[in-house]
Design a binder for this molecule. Structure first.
Ligand SMILES: Cc1ncc(COP(=O)(O)O)c(C=O)c1O
Length: 379
């Protein structure tokens, strides 16, 4: 691995070198795959939470140039980060916006989700001077953000005033990954009923979108004009349909070996002495710990890859370091890169397999990758 690509400040004097290697070509190909799976619908690429840990600006640029309709983020700050990164495509702020922030959003040409009935009148007052495009979020069954169908009737007056700025209507599935599609279909039904109610009030938004990655994979996108995938763009999925689609994981987490020790049998490693070397072996210390997002509960459970083989993570994972056990005959030295998250979905240390072992979801593992990790991008 070429050292000069590492940002100097992220390189520990003793060899700390930890990087997330992100393949933007894979992200562009995943975009094509998920677009095809959703019947060619336009894509709002979801890049909130630093593009699920992959790096919002480089990923956003790659998606925009690969033909995504726009990018979706969680907050105003995330939207501004993309604009400051030179991204010019539509950016939808999913988490809504207080009316006092409308001038800032308008100046940057952001699109805003309206997530409740609270501020409709203030929006109507502010928008003529500070126009933004709006997407009306409906709570069709997720139970968190969005206007409830029962609130819609009372809001129609305000919404009619906002109509010139309402570009889209959106919902969000609670159970798109569930083989039983009953609740998802109920959500779709509620969505359609709300759209009819809006149409009767003379509100005809150009865009409709209810579907995340799993909804695209499970063909729950129905009469929608757009889809809103996140996870699948990064080549990650919890569904067999996602693997069958050939999604390619875009991220590998790589740490260079910082120290190697030959230890005799009986040596204990790390806090709590939870690992005892059963025979003479090598212990490689990698400068990656739970502060970087490598989960502490992978201690004595995870594995790291080296040239097609894997070796166990032994002892407790600490804040900045973890330790790997290798037989004495494996050539290993400081500076050798080992893979902690593999981009091969079938590897035992793929993000999906690790998430499964930990009883969590791939989202949590990649979103947890700290910003102090160097990101290196490949076209
Ligand atoms: C409102 C909304 N839309 C779309 C997505 C993308 O979902 P996924 O990553 O499952 O495709 C999310 C993700 O959490 C979301 O909150």
């Amino acid at each position: 691995m070429n050292e000069q690509h590492l940002e100097p400040l992220k390189r520990h004097p003793e060899g700390r070198a930890l990087r997330a290697e992100v393949d933007l070509g894979r992200i562009a190909r995943n975009l094509d795959r998920i677009r095809a799976a959703s019947g060619g619908r336009e894509v709002w690429g979801v890049v909130k939470a630093n593009a699920y840990g992959h790096g919002a600006v480089p990923v956003g640029r790659a998606l925009a140039s690969a033909g995504a309709h726009g990018l979706a983020v969680s907050s105003l700050e995330e939207g501004l980060e993309l604009r400051q990164g030179g991204i010019e495509c539509p950016i939808l702020v999913l988490g809504g916006l207080r009316p006092e922030a409308l001038p800032a959003a308008s100046a940057e040409g952001l699109t805003i989700a309206v997530v409740g009935p609270e501020h409709l009148a203030e929006y109507a007052q502010s928008l003529p001077a500070h126009p933004v495009r709006l997407h009306l979020k409906l709570d069709t069954g997720m139970g968190r953000f969005g206007l409830l169908p029962s609130e819609l009737g009372d809001c129609l007056g305000d919404l009619r005033r906002l109509a010139p700025w309402i570009e889209g209507v959106m919902g969000h599935f609670a159970t798109a990954d569930d083989p039983d599609q009953g609740f998802a279909l109920r959500q779709r039904h509620v969505f359609d009923a709300c759209l009819s109610q809006l149409a009767d009030a003379g509100i005809h938004p150009a865009q409709r979108h209810h579907g995340n990655s799993d909804a695209c994979l499970r063909h729950l996108v129905d009469r929608d004009t757009h889809v809103r995938p996140g996870l699948a763009l990064f080549g990650l999925t919890t569904l067999p349909e996602g693997r069958a689609l050939g999604l390619e994981p875009a991220l590998a987490l790589v740490a260079e070996v910082a120290r190697v020790k030959h230890v005799p049998a009986g040596t204990t490693v790390g806090y709590g002495r939870t690992f005892v070397a059963p025979q003479p072996m090598q212990i490689a210390t990698l400068a990656c710990g739970y502060a970087d997002g490598y989960r502490r509960d992978l201690g004595n459970r995870g594995v790291a890859g080296l040239e097609g083989r894997t070796f166990p993570v032994v002892g407790r994972v600490s804040m900045d370091y973890l330790t790997i056990a290798l037989p004495l005959d494996v050539p290993i030295a400081p500076g050798v890169p080992m893979t902690l998250f593999s981009a091969d979905p079938s590897a035992p240390h793929s993000v999906e397999r690790l998430a499964q072992a930990l009883g969590t979801i791939p989202y949590e593992l990649t979103c947890g990758l700290h910003r102090r990790i160097t990101r290196r991008y490949f076209p």
